[in-house]
Design a protein around this ligand. Sequence first.
Ligand SMILES: [Cu+2]
Length: 475
Amino acid sequence: MIESRSRRSVLKGLAGVSALAALPPGLARAGAPRVIRPQPAEAQLVGPSYPKTAVWGYDGLIPGPTLRLRQGERLDVRLENGLPQPTTLHWHGLRLPNAMDGVPGVTQAAVEPGGSFDYAFEAPDAGTFWYHSHANSAEQGARGLAGPLIVEEATPTAGTLRVDREETWLLDDWRLTKEARIAEPMASMMDLSHGGRIGNTVTLNGVIPEAWPVTAGERVRLRLLNAANARFFALRFEAHAPWVVAVDGQPCTPFLAENGRVLLPPAGRLDLVVDLTGRPGARFEVVDDAYPRDAYRLLDIAYADEAPLRASALPAPMALPANPLAEPDLGSAETIAIVLEGGAMGGMGEATLGGKTMGLRALAERGKVWALNGVVAGDGEHPLLGELRLGRSYRLVIENRTAFPHPMHLHGHHYKLIARDGAPEIRGIWHDTVIAWPDGTVEVAFVADNPGDWLFHCHIPEHMMAGMTGMFRVG
Ligand SMILES: [Cu+2]
């Protein structure tokens, strides 16, 4: 198992690349919705010398089943709640109609045990997305509820990236006891006020990985997805140079990951193109050094003995086709300042909860320690951060005055990273979840082109439930 503690000296440096391949056909559908049933189950997360772990999984699986459709196609899912508590499905990163967003108390009522809810929407963007609960998400995430949602490019042929195959790596983090049980409590004040629930066991697609079998010469599209509550991942591919071709599902101009290292905040996704340039029979390590003092080998890249697939190296991958995102007009964009405050070692004086201003100690007694613009969200609340005019461009200037990094997620939109600490970000990468580093400022811009009430929150659920959430009203 892997030991780790939350630290403010975490990880730096996001890398990206984008890719595309000849893809399998979209989901066949026959009118009836695809039923997704979150339910208690058992999973062999750790080795066979340990007992199975009691988890919650979609259809009883860890991770949940991969949902796959083609861009522009419609997804029909019936959520049937097999859990002992209310739940919802949130389609992370999809720009869908507000009523399908799965936020209890905002876009729908939470689905009671035994109840159901029908989700139906078209996928406007191709890319790597995922689904998870937005109800009691600290516990429901920690018990395993997450699954990939892959939207294939509408035209995967001419003018786009070719790869030999693709894989999805859903990375998750578990806090287990010595008996491989999920450790309780779910959200201690320590977790709420520090870096969230960081675990001690990392899984890839539901198991502790050993080796990634590859063939020399092949080009693979890797869809990385961080489904952990709070753990950041920084994967370093020894002796390999992965291209980043998409970030949070949105294609970017392909670029080589710096030092072969890619950073994934909670909820983040990266599409990589990895050229397997090693020799037959060779082995290399993929190391996760997001927390440098707790760096560990995630797995080995294990080359088969067979002859290379191709004789010479491939040229740089082509960019994936862009999704139909509206370009923000920075000249006319209205600026909205967002200040993140609170938490341990954050020095927050006071903030407002339920209309009352109080100090950090009084807030902590109520389980609340984080604020957005001086407002702490109460249970089930998402205080209004701003009313946005439909079709208008906005620039969010997010200032993190806390001692921890926060992956800030906007629902229903993607925003373009335009600056960090006042320095322009020239790559113009789109995110649905952007890291706000301690003592830093991050600027993003977007067009408010999707009407409705959209959450803006820290994606570490322990931070969200302890106050770090709000809402933009677009209309
Ligand atoms: Cu946070």
